[in-house]
Design a protein around this ligand. Structure first.
Ligand code: CP3
Length: 366
């Protein structure tokens, strides 16, 4: 399969954008910036739109999802939009009993911590996602119709990043039945019943890959795989029980020809393996300095990150010194996309984020 001719990347509307350039290891005029969770509760215009609509319902209302996706682009002048959705949306579309509880996260109707529960789940055909994805396709199309208007013919229109939860992070939620600190039940299933674990990972990998395919074919110019909970895994377990499933999921986007990003939290030890799944860039949390991350990944991939979100509430001079340090260390990588080390906290001052974008553009100019 290949990108449709009218796709923003294939048609040359986003291929010279800062984001695509940096992800492909090239030098743009300055360092591109976007923020994980840039759409969300830090924005008053988001909170206003969300009144009376539950999170997952908002994700499935195309006009609303497109508008929320565009809000931070307009307000902050970031170099990418990230699709407003959630990692559990494809599960919901496949009929899995899940909701998102405010302040808590995804909560499932049951735990999938036995071979029987996993078998019930894997009986659902992941390819059913295509038929159920109408609202996703429409939301992406509405979003890029707006973003494409930022192209002045130079190929630097603001690109949309599509995303999916990585197979392990999805599996961890499904096994635990909801948020968990250490994902103990997931890690236990892996060893107690490796067969059930592999069946679960094959299934979540297909779900994740299908969700990426939907967004990319509909118009996303880059794709990010979020393995938020991979940091709870040991090195050997990541290699034996997780890495291949992630490679297959993100491979769907890579094979379509869009640049890919692989992000995890607490994954400093796993960076070489996360790069080895075959991606253009690895997202680094705030714990590992980018020059050290570049050393660990042997300069083979671009890096994304990694300002500690804690700095957003620090005095301006302290924040700017930390941001400048991230830009400086990022220069040791083949390409650098500035981001936070994890998502924007709901308490963040949006004015601080807007100023940070301008600061990074200035500090990163060539
Ligand atoms: O702006 C963006 O980054 C795009 C939108 C996005 C959301 N979720 C919207 C959202 C993205 C990329 C995600 C991914 C996601 N969802 C991840 C991986 C990224 C990460 O943070 O590590 C994870 C683990 C989830 C699961 C999830 N969904 C959690 C933990 C929560 C927070 C619960 C809470 O209330 O604190 C959600 C809900 C969620 N997803 C919100 C948003 C904007 C907040 C819901 C609200 O506004 O009421």
């Amino acid at each position: 399969m290949k990108l449709p001719d009218a796709h923003p990347l294939a048609a040359g509307r986003t291929d010279r954008s800062r984001l695509v350039t940096a992800l492909r290891g090239g030098a743009a005029d300055t360092v591109p910036v976007w923020f994980m969770r840039q759409a969300g509760r830090s924005l008053p215009e988001y909170r206003e739109l969300r009144v009376g609509t539950r999170m997952l319902d908002a994700c499935l209302e195309p006009e609303l999802a497109a508008e929320i996706t565009l809000q931070p682009v307009r307000r902050h002048g970031v170099d990418a939009a990230v699709f407003f959705s959630d990692i559990v949306v494809p599960l919901k579309l496949l009929g899995v009993d899940v909701e998102i509880q405010p302040g808590r996260g995804p909560v499932f109707g049951r735990r999938h911590d036995t071979a029987e529960a996993v078998a019930e789940l894997t009986a659902i055909d992941p390819d059913g996602l295509e038929a159920a994805s109408g609202p996703i396709v429409e939301a992406v199309q509405r979003t890029i119709a707006e973003l494409d208007r930022t192209d002045d013919g130079s190929g630097a229109a603001t690109p949309l990043i599509g995303f999916a939860g990585a197979p392990f992070t999805l599996a961890a939620y499904l096994v635990e039945g909801g948020p968990s600190k250490d994902h103990l039940a997931a890690r236990t299933l892996m060893h107690a019943d490796p067969g059930a674990w592999r069946a679960l990972m094959d299934w979540t990998s297909a779900v994740s890959g299908n969700f990426l395919r939907t967004q990319v074919l509909a118009g996303a110019s880059a794709a990010q795989l979020f393995d938020s909970w991979a940091g709870s895994l040991g090195l050997a377990d990541y290699g034996d029980f997780v890495q291949d499933a992630s490679a297959r999921a993100i491979g769907v986007a890579r094979d379509l020809g869009v640049p890919t990003i692989h992000f995890g939290v607490g994954t400093g030890e796993l960076l070489p393996q996360m790069a080895a799944v075959g991606v253009d860039a690895v997202g680094v949390d705030w714990r590992t300095p980018l020059d050290e991350a570049a050393r660990r990944t042997e300069g083979k991939v671009a890096l994304q990150g990694n300002l500690d979100p804690a700095y957003l509430a620090a005095p301006r001079a302290v924040l700017e010194a930390a941001a400048a340090d991230v830009v400086r260390r990022g220069r040791t990588a083949p390409g650098h996309v500035f981001n936070l080390g994890h998502g924007v906290p709901p308490s963040a001052d949006p004015g601080v984020l807007t100023d940070l974008v301008a600061f990074v553009h200035e500090a990163g100019a060539r």
